[in-house]
Design a protein around this ligand. Sequence first.
Ligand code: ARG
Length: 464
Amino acid sequence: MAQLWGGRFVGETDKTAYDFNASIGFDKRLFQEDIEGSIAHVTMLARQGILTAGERDAILGGLEKIREDITAGKLEIDHTCEDIHSFVEAHLIGLIGDIGKKLHTGRSRNDQVALDMRLYTRKRVLGTDALLKELLRVLLAVMEENIATCMPGFTHLQKAQPITLAHHYGAYFEMFKRDRQRMTDIYNRMNYCPLGAGALAGTTYPLDRAYTASLLGFAGPTLNSMDSVSDRDYLIEFLSALSTVMMHLSRFCEEIIIWNSNEYQFVEIDDAYSTGSSIMPQKKNPDIAELVRGKTGRVYGALLALLTTMKGIPLAYNKDMQEDKELSFDAMDTADNCLVLFTGMLRTMKFRRERMESSAMKGFTNATDAADYLVGKGVPFRDAHGIVGRLVLYCVEKDTSIEKLSLNELQSVSEYFQEDIYDAVSLKTCVEKRLTLGAPGPDAMRAVMEIHRAYLAGDSRESG
Ligand code: ARG
């Protein structure tokens, strides 16, 4: 067991304590970032005259070799070192000898791990953002084809007013678009480089922190060394944003599960994204949607766990912070996998438009329009509401619907009903007349979708 800090110790670490303390099992996935950070650090040390050009080149050569060997599978990241930082340093020294021992000049594992985790998270934020963008593309493609596909809109899971499938998907477009905006915010806020903070109080070497920050693509260096090594806000923000993504996915999954049920039959999930039952041959279950809904709790759990871990930690670095990794990695992997699967499921899902449309006609979804019709004839809205309420009651008793009543029946409830009521409460009219910006009427939808198209093409980031 190669340890970086053996000098002060006489006794061996207890084996169980060593394993308990070690992070190599999970921080090995930071090897790219660890090497990238070391390359920038050494480049800066030489530029500042802290290392010679020869020392720099030897170290850079060694680091590149380690990176290549790990990537090619020639060097296995085993558990002989306690963490990825020790592993890379030990192998560097093994490869190039004593010069390798100069790598850690003016640096601590505290600012090193802070840097590695930031570099890694920054990459993952962009990855999630790209997956969200792909999902938005699929949503918009479905919207383009379903601007006239009527379906019931619900409140309290009771049929409320007719909408279109494009409009329903449009609601999720807004949610996932906001999720992308959160990714951008997080990226911009976290994009500062902690390297050079040392263990907690900076260093006495003349480091050029702005230079390392620019080499690593950061907007600049962080401004307080204690905060630099103990800040995990960016992870909490990312886990929170991922929790919101999962919440959106979960709501959508819940709807798909309902739409896929025998009672609704609005959609048919592709065989590729459903599974069967071991006993009931007729079953085709929406397991993927259920699993995405289920995994949401796991991502929330990571957020809560990290918030709780961080809440009692005095400045600056404490080992508790090592706990940020496993749960963050798990949440990032889970959310990304869910996005990939969900997008695939959505892309292949078929709609049963006739069922959606006939469902939209039932359940008095045109009751508001009947009331609005009366308002158009001069009846105050409150009275119109009462009249249509009585009409609905009459229909319920007769097991029929408003548009099926004869003009005589309608006029027995209110003399204001005329022949033109039938057109006013038809499904087509109910949807087409909803033309306020953001409503399902086709002209309103077309205007919004134009904004979406421009946004996805990159012409506009925030509009709409
Ligand atoms: N494995 C540690 C972590 O993930 C690296 C930092 C170690 N620093 C220290 N002072 N022990 O947080």
